[in-house]
Design a protein around this ligand. Structure first.
Ligand code: ACO
Length: 337
């Protein structure tokens, strides 16, 4: 039977590092507050005088993943691009990335699932592979948050957590009897919480998308978040969705070698570890260096976990889990072939 196998990973973050102290220069915040409440020490933001879209960062990550897999762009059957910060309103960055890769007919799909973009993307890739629609899938998660953040004190709760970055994985259908690939997938959404984390404008729902006379300082142009509500939801739903996947796979938590969670807040992931009663070294953290890179966050963490030798060997079993805007949440158990 065909299994979806992650053949390689690649990542790219823009070189410009923004420390918590740098943020103190333009809003009322402090390194101490940010570290204590989120664990974040720095993030990467694109150069503010250069045009850089999610597809540009995604292209860099994709090149690295393709090189590592030994694939050329022509080997890709299907591109999946996850982002909440597309380069332009339309067309989506999947098509823009496809052209940057020198391709002109490979199908490209965009998904808008925010922090669970990688989970939804991996599940989609698996479905395409299992139904024979594609065999080699390039899945990219990429975000350019910094160009759309409210950098005044008004936006400080959101602005300090977001970083720019991209990561990509090459996924291939492989015929094998081995118990490998995606062992269980659990995906959820609850649109009743859409307003708990959103950017409202520009919005097609209004008779005039560009509201005449509206100031670009209007708060609706920037992401707003009910942080405490989402925090509580995450602490409640993440363990639940982990147990759901474990049950589906008929596995116990001690059969998971490493949990790779979405990097939204170090405290959320530490609380998850405490709830599950597992040691902190069984959960991967890199939010300290990158902040919340949303759709890029889980594959970026996977890439670093593989580089550090914490996963990637045959038989290694990882559990990806995340919750974010939508709300959307989910978990996937994956075993290396
Ligand atoms: N610097 C200094 N003070 C701040 C900052 C800041 N950057 N941000 C908020 N504060 C202040 C608030 O104004 C408030 O002050 P007050 O007590 O005088 O009113 C105080 O700090 C506490 O604010 P809270 O919002 O209650 O702080 P909290 O501990 O909840 O931390 C945070 C905020 C980090 C946003 C947290 O709620 C969180 O991580 N929430 C979940 C985020 C998440 O998981 N999002 C989903 C993924 S993102 C996606 O899907 C795109």
């Amino acid at each position: 039977m065909k299994k979806s196998v992650i053949q390689s990973t690649g990542m790219f973050v823009p070189p410009n590092i923004v420390t918590n102290h740098d943020l103190e220069g333009f809003m009322d915040t402090s390194d101490e507050w940010i570290r204590k409440r989120t664990g974040i020490e720095q993030r990467h933001w694109i150069d503010s005088d250069k045009v850089t879209g999610a597809s540009d960062l995604g292209f860099e990550a994709a090149k690295r993943a393709l090189d590592q897999a030994g694939w050329t762009p022509e080997d890709i059957d299907f591109i999946i691009f996850a982002t909440l910060s597309p380069d332009i309103m339309f067309p989506g960055p999947g098509c823009l990335l496809q052209a940057k890769l020198g391709l002109d007919s490979t199908p490209a799909l965009d998904i808008r699932q925010q922090c669970t973009g990688f989970l939804y993307g991996l599940a989609t890739a698996d479905a395409y592979i299992k139904t024979g629609l594609a065999n080699r899938v390039l899945l990219v998660g990429s975000e350019v948050h910094s160009s759309g953040l409210d950098k005044s004190t008004r936006g400080r709760d959101v602005t300090v957590i977001f970083g720019d970055g991209a990561a990509a994985v090459c996924i291939e259908g492989v015929e094998t009897q081995a118990d490998a690939g995606l062992l269980a997938t659990s995906l959820h959404a609850d649109g009743n919480y859409a307003e708990a984390l959103m950017t409202e404008l520009p919005a097609s729902k209004f008779p005039q998308r560009m509201i005449p006379g509206l100031d670009i300082d209007d708060a609706r142009y920037y992401p707003v978040m009910d942080g405490p509500a989402i925090f509580k939801k995450a602490v409640k739903m993440l363990p639940k969705v982990i147990n759901e996947s474990l049950e589906k796979a008929g596995m116990d938590l001690d059969q998971i070698d490493l949990i790779i969670p979405h990097q939204a807040n170090l405290r959320i992931n530490q609380a998850l570890g405490q709830y599950l009663k597992i040691s902190d070294d069984k959960i991967f953290h890199n939010i300290q260096k990158y902040g919340n890179t949303t759709a890029a966050s889980i594959p970026l963490a996977l890439h670093e976990a593989v580089e550090q030798g914490r996963t990637g060997k045959s038989g290694d079993t990882v559990l990806f889990v995340g919750l974010g805007a939508g709300l959307t949440w989910g978990s996937i158990i994956y075993r290396y072939l």
